[in-house]
Write a protein that binds this ligand. Structure first.
Ligand code: NAD
Ligand code: UFG
Length: 335
């Protein structure tokens, strides 16, 4: 297939590009490089032996987008491009609504105009809000109790996709609801290395392990869980990437959602302990106040993806930590 990947130089997109190239698909990438580096293309080539065509285009620039989709006819678009910082979205909601929602509407408008109807969207477990039990099933209602504008953009985009699939029955749309992606390709050549102080657990742990940050604060140890810290469904990004290839088989008329998660919750403290054990070094950490907006427990029921897409995770949290250590050992990540 000829596949267009928006956000393809980013953390998750680059891993999906690798899997697609390795399965023989043709890939072109659109990214404005606001949160990724052009050198990712060389790393993808080192892993796969192929360098995807790259277009430095902003999704807010509809004419530029239209040029890319007019010059090449794509069979499928996978849409990863978006801003994703929960904290920044609270401070700058308009930036998030504009980039994520207008960007998606521009992309879908151009797809409709150029008659490209297969679409896979990077959604998030955040659309479930607070369901009470912590286990998320696709049949649950979405959209209530979402505590930040970033999460709301994911919910709103899902609603837009639902409406579009009704209005134009040519569209085959899948929204993949990711749980907590961690780790990187086993080569260590691509991975996540955000600038500044990270919001997310694994990038923060990585900065502490590198000595760039003093210690990890574990937000809350008085939750109603075995060790008092929050439980999350950490999924290896390579498993997540493979879920996208499986989702191609799930494309059918209308709008369909799948959870991509392991189904097995791990606590924040278990993650820290596993990191210390595998790295053989202590990871400075302390317990701190709960972080506003955090849910105690959030994990996927992954049955639908297993039954309908024949996909399930194969890698463990320990594999993700080992691969993270390989990434951290790369010379470019240790200047
Ligand atoms: P990322 O920031 O590494 O990748 C996103 C890419 O999109 C970046 O390369 C960025 O430069 C690009 N981009 C942003 N706005 C753009 C625009 N207007 N035009 C063109 N390019 C643009 O993030 P990621 O972790 O790889 O996430 C990919 C997708 O998955 C995002 O939509 C994110 O919201 C979603 N998601 C991520 C997580 C997670 O924990 N990482 C969880 C759930 C959902
Ligand atoms: N945590 C810490 N210390 C840190 C960072 C995180 O203790 O420095 C804890 C959090 O309190 C939480 C857990 O680690 O209990 C996971 O936090 P993350 O920020 O890594 O992930 P979240 O589960 O909060 O959010 C992630 C993505 C969102 C997505 C959401 C859906 O970042 O994009 O999952 O569940 F919407």
């Amino acid at each position: 297939m000829k596949v267009l990947i928006t956000g393809g130089t980013g953390y998750i997109g680059s891993h999906v590009v690798v899997e697609l190239l390795e399965q023989g698909h043709e890939v072109e990438i659109i990214d404005n490089l606001i949160n990724s580096k052009i050198t990712v293309l060389d790393q993808i080539e080192k892993i796969t032996g192929k360098k995807p065509t790259f277009h430095q285009v902003d999704l807010l620039d509809q004419p530029a987008l239209e040029e890319v989709l007019t010059n090449t006819h794509f069979d499928l678009v996978m849409h990863f491009a978006g801003l994703k910082s929960v904290a920044e979205s609270v401070e700058q909601p308009l930036k998030y609504y504009s980039n994520n929602i207008t960007g998606t509407i521009n992309l879908l408008s151009v797809m409709q105009k150029t008659e490209v109807y297969n679409f896979i969207f990077s959604s998030s477990a955040t659309v479930y809000g607070d369901q009470g039990t912590g286990e998320c099933v696709e049949t649950m209602p979405t959209g209530t109790g979402i505590t930040n504008p970033y999460g709301k953009t994911k919910y709103m985009i899902e609603e837009i996709l639902k409406d579009l699939a009704v209005a134009n029955p040519n569209f085959n749309i899948v929204a993949l609801r990711y749980f907590n992606p961690i780790g990187n390709h086993s080569s260590g050549l691509i991975g996540e290395d955000p600038n500044g102080i990270p919001n997310n657990l694994m990038p923060y742990i990585m900065k502490v392990a590198k000595g760039e940050l003093k210690e990890l604060s574990i937000f809350g140890n008085d939750y109603d869980t075995d060790d008092g810290t929050c439980l999350r469904d950490f999924i290896h990004v390579v498993d997540l990437a493979k879920g996208h290839l499986a989702a191609i088989n799930g494309l059918k008329p209308g709008f369909t959602t799948y959870n991509l998660g392991t189904g097995m919750p791990t606590s924040v403290l278990q993650m820290v302990n596993a990191f210390e054990k595998i790295s053989g070094k202590s990871l400075p950490h302390k317990f701190a106040e709960r972080r506003p907006g955090d849910l105690a427990i959030l994990y996927a029921n992954p049955s639908k993806a297993k039954t309908e897409l024949n996909w399930q995770t194969e890698l463990t949290v320990e594999d993700a930590i080992k691969d993270t250590l390989t990434f951290l050992a790369q010379p470019q990540n240790n200047p």
